[in-house]
Design a protein around this ligand. Structure first.
Ligand SMILES: C[S@@+](CC[C@H](N)C(=O)[O-])C[C@H]1O[C@@H](n2cnc3c(N)ncnc32)[C@H](O)[C@@H]1O
Length: 346
C-alpha cells in the first residue's frame, strides 16, 4: 500500500496518496517513513495542521531527521527554522543526485560565482578552496585561477564526481564548518556555490570563512533569495520542492549586515537567477566579500596588542570571529592575540 501511495504522489494524486498513507500509519504507527510521506501529501493538499502532526510523529520516531522534517515544519510555519540541513540528510540527498548532477539543465550558479570572482579579484591565487564543491562544477573554472586548489564536501558520492575530473589537488570529505575552523589563515580565495543554501543562520559559516581566509582574501558564494518574504531575514525556501531538498533562503540585507558584522568588506551582493526549470526561475544572490584589513601577527599568542581606546566594551568594533576568540579580554578593554594568526588593526 505504501508503494501505491508513492505512485499516487508521483502522479500528483495527493488525495489518494494521503488516504492510503493514513491507512498505512494507522496499521503501522511506528513506520516513520509513512508518517513523513503522509505529511508530504498533506502539505500538497494544504492541510497544514494535519501535516505538522505527521511531521512531529515522524520526528519522535526518527529524531536524527534524515528526511528533513524540521525544515518542512518551518516551511509550513509550524516550527522554528533549524540551523542547517543535517549531514545525514545531505549525504542521502546527494547520493541520489550525484550521478546526474552535471547534467541538470538550467543550473547557472557556478558560472555566476566565477564571473563574480573575476569582477573583484585578480588571479592567480596561491591557494583556493571550493566549499561544498560537489562534483566540481565551480572547481573546473577556479582551477585556471590558482596554484593550489582544495575541495571539501560532506557527500562522498558528489566527491566521487569531483575526483573523476582530476582538477583538485586535494579533496576532503568533511563538514564545511569544522573543516574551515581547522584551517585558519590558509586560503586567498574561497568559493561556495549553492552550499550555503543548506544553512539557515550564516553567522557561524561567515566567521569560519573569515578565519580560514588570508589577509585581503576573497569569498564568493551564492544563496537563494528570501527578499520576497523579508530582505533582513532568512528562512526555509518558499519553494516546496526546495524546502523538501533541505534548502533555505536569505535576504539581501541580512547577507550584507551579517557580512559587515563578521569582518568583511562587501564587494557585491547581486540578484541572479540561481537556476531555472521549464516552468520557473529560482532567484538568488551572488555575493563577493573581502576579508577586511588585518595585519599579520608577529606577536606571541597571548600578547596584549593595545588598549581599546574607543568606547569601553565596544565589542562591535571587532570582527566577530576575533570577539569570540578573546571575549574575556575584550570585556576589560584589551585586544589580545589569542590565535597567533592575524590581529585586527583599528
Ligand atoms: C547544490 S550542491 C552544489 C555543488 C557544487 N558546489 C556545484 O555548484 O555544483 C551543494 C553541495 O554542498 C554540499 N554541502 C552542503 N552542506 C555541506 C556541509 N555542511 N559541509 C560540506 N558540504 C556540504 C553538498 O554535499 C553538495 O555537494
Amino acid at each position: 500500500m505504501y508503494n501505491l501511495a508513492v505512485t499516487s504522489m508521483d502522479l500528483a494524486d495527493f488525495a489518494t496518496a494521503a488516504d492510503l498513507l493514513a491507512e498505512v500509519t494507522a496499521a503501522s504507527p511506528e513506520d516513520a517513513r509513512a508518517h513523513f510521506a503522509l505529511a508530504d501529501a498533506l502539505i500538497a493538499l494544504n492541510d497544514l495542521d494535519a501535516a505538522a502532526l505527521s511531521l512531529r510523529r515522524y520526528l519522535r520516531l526518527a529524531p536524527g531527521d534524515e528526511q528533513g522534517a524540521e525544515l518542512l515544519l518551518a516551511f509550513i510555519g509550524k516550527g522554528a527554522v533549524p540551523a542547517s540541513a543535517s549531514p545525514a540528510f545531505l549525504r542521502d540527498l546527494y547520493r541520489r543526485k550525484a550521478k546526474n548532477w552535471d547534467l541538470v539543465p538550467g543550473y547557472f550558479a557556478h558560472r555566476h560565482v566565477l564571473d563574480a570572482v573575476l569582477r573583484h579579484a585578480s588571479p592567480p591565487f596561491l591557494s583556493a578552496l571550493d566549499v561544498g564543491c560537489g562534483t566540481g562544477l565551480s572547481g573546473a573554472g577556479v582551477r585556471a585561477m590558482t596554484q593550489h586548489m582544495a575541495g571539501v564536501d560532506v557527500s562522498p558520492d558528489m566527491l566521487e564526481g569531483a575526483r573523476a575530473k582530476g582538477i583538485y589537488d586535494v579533496l576532503h570529505e568533511d563538514d564545511l564548518l569544522s573543516f574551515l575552523t581547522r584551517h585558519p589563515d590558509r586560503f586567498d580565495l574561497i568559493v561556495s556555490t549553492a552550499a550555503l543554501i543548506h544553512f539557515g543562520d550564516l553567522n557561524a559559516v561567515l566567521e569560519a570563512v573569515w578565519l580560514a581566509l588570508r589577509r585581503e582574501g576573497t569569498f564568493a558564494f551564492t544563496t537563494y533569495s528570501y527578499d520576497g518574504s523579508d530582505p533582513t531575514a532568512f528562512g526555509a525556501s518558499s519553494y516546496r520542492e526546495l524546502a523538501k531538498a533541505g534548502c533555505f533562503a536569505h535576504g539581501s540585507a541580512y547577507l550584507a549586515d551579517l557580512s559587515k558584522t563578521c569582518g568583511f568588506e562587501i564587494c557585491e551582493v547581486s540578484e541572479i537567477i540561481h537556476e531555472q526549470s521549464s516552468t520557473q526561475k529560482i532567484p538568488g544572490f551572488v555575493a563577493v566579500l573581502r576579508k577586511r584589513t588585518a595585519t599579520p601577527c608577529t606577536l606571541e599568542p597571548g600578547t596584549t596588542l593595545r588598549r581599546h581606546t574607543s568606547q569601553p566594551n565596544e565589542g562591535s568594533a571587532f570582527p566577530k570571529p576575533l570577539r569570540r576568540a578573546v571575549p574575556e579580554k575584550l570585556q576589560s578593554g584589551h585586544l589580545v592575540c589569542s590565535t597567533g594568526v592575524a590581529c585586527w588593526s583599528f
